[in-house]
Design a protein around this ligand. Structure first.
Ligand SMILES: [Zn+2]
Length: 376
């Protein structure tokens, strides 16, 4: 049996629902320790993180990912029990195989082959693995990156094993992600009897024109790497339940998915200016869950593109779509970040599975990338 398949099976038999790692990181750490990696288990709050580094010189190439998986949903809807790895018609089934234990297994076996074949190579290799990517992501990669910065360890390249492929392995990689900014807005009015509107101040009526304006506004045209910034209202709430009461306030929650044309401050300012222009009384707070990041060029992107062309025989497509990823914590340090992994077709779904041959193929892709970056 293939080494990658073997390790993937071990990992997905562990029900490591966020943030409970279930020993996955220990399995990986033991393999890496044998190869000469220095192992650090960094536990923050309830979250297990693994930092394993081999070598002390620059440039540092980090292989990053997560051992946690999303809950399984209705077990009876699964063709095979979600934590019983099952081989069926060329596929391996199990929660987390695509997102992203298959990717982790491929990274480990790629390193094993690379280090066994190349005792002399330039730079250093490291693994950054968290058990809280699918959850709040507060005590995971973000904290490890803080720790590394305090230690003065800077990352040149980061290959993230998230499932970025669509129809065929390597047909798409992510070289960035949009930012996400949420606003929690309260429009203040004055409660009153619906029959005596002159004694009240209806916050719904006051907000309606601005709502229209915000929804119809074109924030930007996007750019070469990103689609246009979008604004979505995700919740609106007012009213007392009675049909004869004008509510005293209106609560609105909205979310921006924004590109590199904007900063957080620009977006916040754009909203505040409009609130003022409409003479609204309001309270506003913000939740920012990630800056946009982009690796537009560089050695990592070039290496990944060339290797996919070489091994798979086709050009990969660059994407910055989808939600955010832990790359948002690593990219701001100045690292080049690229996401390359298995097919995303079944992630977060029942019957999550991957093609068995893709596991070995992905491991070869990672190995070739290591060779391109770390061999002279
Ligand atoms: Zn993931």
């Amino acid at each position: 049996m293939s080494m990658t398949l073997d390790l993937a099976i071990d990992l997905i038999s562990r029900p490591s629902i966020t943030p409970d790692d279930q020993g996955c990181q220990e399995v990986i750490a033991r393999r890496l320790q044998t190869l000469g990696f220095e192992i650090q288990h960094l536990r923050f709050g309830q979250v297990d993180n693994l930092w394993a580094r081999c070598g002390h010189t620059a440039p540092l190439l980090v292989l990053a990912g997560h051992t946690d998986v999303v809950p399984v949903g209705p077990v009876e809807a699964w063709q095979f029990p979600p934590f019983t790895p099952t081989l069926h018609q060329g596929n391996l089934y199990g929660r987390g195989i695509a997102d992203m234990k298959g990717g982790l297994a491929a990274m480990v076996t790629a390193c094993e082959r690379f280090l066994q074949a190349n005792t002399q190579h330039k730079g250093s290799l490291a693994f950054l693995i968290t058990s809280d990517e699918e959850g709040l992501a507060v005590d995971g990669t973000a904290k490890v990156v803080d720790y590394l910065q305090q230690q003065g360890q800077s990352i040149e390249w980061c290959l993230l094993g998230e499932p970025a492929s669509v129809d065929k392995l390597g047909d798409q990689i992510k070289n960035g992600r949009r930012g996400s900014l949420t606003g929690i807005l309260t429009i203040l009015g004055r409660q009153g009897h619906a029959a005596y509107p002159h004694l009240a101040d209806n916050p719904i009526h006051r907000f309606a024109p601005l709502l229209q304006e915000l929804c119809q506004h074109t924030w930007d045209q996007g750019n070469a790497f990103f689609p246009p910034t979008t604004f979505q209202v995700v919740n609106v709430q007012a009213g007392t339940g009675a049909d004869n009461v004008i509510p005293g306030q209106l609560e609105v929650i909205f979310n921006f998915r924004y590109n590199t044309e904007f900063t957080v401050a620009d977006l916040q300012q754009a909203v505040i200016q409009r609130l003022k222009a409409h003479h609204l009384q309001y309270e506003l707070s913000w939740r920012h869950s990630g800056h946009p990041f982009l690796t537009a060029q560089g050695q990592l992107l070039e290496a990944v593109r060339l290797v996919i062309k070489e091994v798979c025989g086709y050009e990969t497509a660059l994407s910055t779509g989808g939600g955010t990823s832990d790359g948002r914590f690593i990219a701001p340090t100045g690292a080049q970040v690229i996401e390359l992994g298995l097919l995303n077709r079944t992630i977060h779904q029942v019957n999550e599975c991957v093609n068995i041959e893709d596991l070995d193929k992905l491991s070869v892709l990672y190995e070739r990338i290591l060779e391109r970056l770390l061999l002279e």
